[in-house]
Design a protein around this ligand. Structure first.
Ligand code: ADP
Ligand code: ZN
Length: 759
């Protein structure tokens, strides 16, 4: 007897093994099998009887073990992975890895999971600046580390400080020796959500919410609904009431959120409503805990899986509904192979299991919107905020006229940071925004400030020759960070000490240019010394639960101003936030990406939606230099329809999604010339292939260097394939990936990204 087995290898084929007489368990499609591979072993998935014609002259090797009593991959998930393999053009064995928890991918018995980690905690608080200067006079590194710890709320994992933030362990030792910091082993909480109270009993749904729930609950299996509800319209309650009905029918559900750590309130609401029946699949789970959750869902002991992108593969028994909250979020697309989009996988899986799908958003992706317009999805609308709350008034502050006079007129200050190009209060916060912030602080209300750029200054430039400090590995400017003081590449995380001289001309006149969250934080602290300010960006949230801690502080009213990157725009529901300020709406609007305007509109609408969720109402101030751009204009009026009306035509010529389907073929390598040559060769190869087929079902655009030409020492070129019909695109892309020969030198690689979210 022969068996067909899928293995996670970069080969577009399955493998044939002999089935021995004796195996621990019978083989069913979806069963894990341990097979010999070269000199070792590998875990694969049994697909069915093998085809003798696939064998060469050598006798097939035998399967070593079938460790599971029940198949690890259910028939429905097997079908979903086959679709992923086909659509995203990856080997089936690679797609199937998505469906297995990490513990089941190794041939060895699972190790007991590591449950402790070393944590550094601030032991002494230093109140006065003077005190600080005295203590740290000759130890600037210690000071930087100490202040970093403070910015993390006084504690952080040691690994994070020494590895990610690149502090030498001796600096930390120094702080410990001086009694300023303490380091201990801490037990990692088994389930950090277990200790969080689920939020109180949900409110009674309004008539509009009930109508939406009934429509979805009555949906056919496989039917997809687009729930377009303005911010604060109560979409979460619609999901909860739907799930109540699904559970009452004895079925289960999956709820996808963009990122668990950023949406603790949403997760709490589900736990509040369904308690122990919910498995929260977050990134802080150990492999063992993840496996526990996987088993509990598989056995039907838990009925609801809540998680980010990968939760779409949760083995929920008898799936009745899938919710994709904030369906427009690009985090639903996986950045590495298989490059699937969880929203598309959700729809395929729901069809396979007879479940309904709800895509929820205040700012749906144009793809989903056109699918609703064409009748592929059913559109449901919640046009109003619940409980009589109104959408906040939005005002634009035109930075072009508002060029702060004071900075132009001011005499040169002796402040050395100004010398280095640092910005002043007036250069960053318009008068209106300053007044509005002061007013909220006085009234005890809260404000949210968005600046979608982390670090202190966007780049460092020589005032003499204009040279910009760039990463040695990537073609991207280094960002200046102040705590700790270093230059950081946001692509490869390369860090280096701040430069004192220009690398090109040797001049001493380096200036910091462009604004980052760290600098805004400094400016806010100067302008509002009494305010409690919290900063939330990738740098402050490295420790696993740092996000949640910051958001909890906001919820408890311990923060006056929450400043952050796009992280703060997602789903937060704080009724005491009455002011939202956007420091610079223009970051991102000019990126070389056809979705730049759409992203900008979504971000502005989402962050504006954080204001005025309570009875006190709210106001939004947007600072911009492009007030007439449609992304800004339409966000100001909360007018999604108008935005779509202006944006869609711009996607027609040249054609971009949703007008066409796209695949981005990226050619990368360590040698610049070899990469460019291979890109040319590949594009010519595809062109010839297309020329042989009649019509122009698939078109090729490019090749050209990628917008960021070099990342992590690899040069990058790309070309696009465009098609009206997805099947044609699949055919051409598959033919190319399977036959085009990539030379085995200069680290050359060809990767295909179907439906890319970024070019
Ligand atoms: P959205 O996700 O649509 O922006 P949420 O689901 O966060 O909105 O709901 C906004 C707020 O309104 C939440 O605090 C929620 O508890 C509350 N809410 C939802 N539905 C109702 C209702 N029917 N009556 C009163 N309050 C509600
Ligand atoms: Zn880099």
């Amino acid at each position: 007897m022969l068996a067909e087995v899928a293995l996670p290898l970069p080969l577009f084929r399955t493998f044939t093994y002999a089935v021995p007489e004796r195996l621990r368990h019978p083989l069913v499609p979806g069963s894990r099998v341990v097979v010999p591979l070269r000199t070792g072993k590998e875990v694969g998935i049994y697909l069915g009887p093998g085809d003798p014609r696939s064998l060469g002259s050598a006798a097939p090797k035998a399967i070593l073990d079938a460790p599971d009593a029940e198949p690890s991959v259910t028939p429905a998930l097997l079908a979903v992975c086959r679709w992923i393999a086909d659509y995203y053009i990856v080997p089936l064995g690679v797609a199937l890895r998505c469906a297995l928890p990490a513990l089941l991918t190794g041939a060895a018995a699972p190790e007991p999971a590591q449950r402790t980690r070393r944590v550094a905690t601030v032991r002494r608080h230093l109140e006065s600046l003077l005190h600080r200067e005295r203590i740290f006079g000759r130890a600037p590194q210690q000071r930087a580390l100490f202040e970093l710890l403070e910015s993390f709320g006084g504690r952080a994992a040691v690994d994070h400080l020494t590895e990610r933030m690149a502090f030498s362990p001796s600096v930390l030792k120094g702080l410990v020796a001086r009694g300023l910091v303490e380091v201990r082993d801490e037990i990692v909480a088994r389930d950090p959500f277990a200790s969080r109270a689920g939020s109180a009993t949900p409110p009674v749904p309004s008539a509009e919410q009930r109508a939406a729930v009934e429509a979805i609950a009555a949906g056919r299996g496989g039917e997809t609904f687009l729930l377009h509800g303005v911010t604060g319209s109560g979409k979460t309650l619609v999901y909860i009431e739907l799930l109540r009905q699904v559970l009452a029918r004895g079925r289960g559900a999956i709820v996808l959120v963009p990122e668990i750590a950023l949406t603790p309130q949403t997760v709490d609401r589900f736990r509040g409503a369904f308690g122990d029946q919910v498995a929260v699949l977050h990134s802080a789970l150990s492999d063992g805990e993840r496996y526990d959750a996987w088993l509990a869902l598989r056995r039907g002991e838990k009925r609801i899986a809540v998680g980010a992108r990968s939760a779409i593969f949760a083995p929920v028994a008898d799936l009745g509904a899938v919710v994709v909250d904030e369906e427009h979020e690009s985090s639903y697309k996986q950045g590495e192979s298989p490059r699937y989009h969880a929203r598309e996988v959700a729809i395929v899986r729901a069809r396979a299991e007879g479940a309904v799908v709800v895509l929820g958003s205040a700012t749906p992706s144009l793809e989903s919107w056109t699918n609703a317009a064409s009748g592929k999805y059913r559109l449901l609308t919640l046009p109003e905020r619940v409980g009589g709350a109104r959408l906040p008034a939005v005002d634009v502050i035109d930075l072009r006229v508002g060029i702060p006079r004071s900075t132009l007129d001011a005499p040169r200050l002796p402040d050395p940071s100004v010398e280095r190009g640092a910005l002043t209060v007036e250069g960053v916060l318009s008068r209106e925004l300053q007044l509005a912030l002061a007013d909220r602080i006085e009234k005890g209300e809260q404000s949210i400030l968005l600046l979608n750029r982390r670090g202190y200054a966007a780049y460092v430039q020589c005032n003499n020759c204009g040279d910009v400090a760039t990463c040695p590995n990537c073609s991207i400017a280094l960002t200046y960070h102040r705590t700790p003081e270093q230059l950081v590449c946001h692509y490869c995380l390369h860090t280096e000490p701040p430069r004192v001289k220009c690398a090109r001309c040797g001049g001493p006149t380096l200036r910091q240019r462009g604004l980052g969250t760290q600098q805004v934080e400094r400016i806010l602290a100067e302008r509002f010394p009494a305010a409690r300010i919290a900063r939330m960006d990738v740098d402050t949230t490295g420790a696993k639960w740092a996000h949640t801690e910051i958001l909890d502080r906001v919820a408890r009213g311990e923060v006056d101003i929450l400043l952050g990157t796009q992280m703060i725009a997602k789903g937060l529901d704080f009724p005491n936030v009455t002011l939202v300020g956007v420091i610079d709406a223009d970051t991102g609007i000019n990126l070389p990406d056809f979705r730049a305007s759409e992203r900008c509109f979504q971000l502005l609408s989402q962050v504006a939606g954080r204001a005025g969720r309570g009875p006190k109402g709210g106001r939004v101030l947007i600072q911009t230099r492009v007030p007439t751009h449609h992304a800004v204009r339409c966000a100001v009026r909360h007018d999604y329809g108008a935005f779509v009306g202006e944006e869609l035509p711009s996607r027609m010529a040249p054609a971009y999604p949703p007008a066409v389907r796209l695949a981005n073929v990226v050619i990368s390598g360590t040698d610049e010339t070899a990469t460019a040559e291979l890109a040319q060769k590949a594009a010519t190869w595809v062109e010839r292939l297309l020329a042989r087929a009649p019509g122009d079902a698939v078109r090729l655009v490019g090749p050209a260097p990628c917008p960021v030409e070099r990342i992590k020492q690899r040069w990058r070129w790309h070309f696009l394939l465009k098609a009206e019909r997805p099947a044609e695109l699949t055919r051409v892309a598959r033919y190319f990936l399977e036959r085009f020969a990539v030379p085995k030198r200069a680290g050359l690689r060809v990767a295909l990204d179907r439906d890319p979210v970024a070019l």
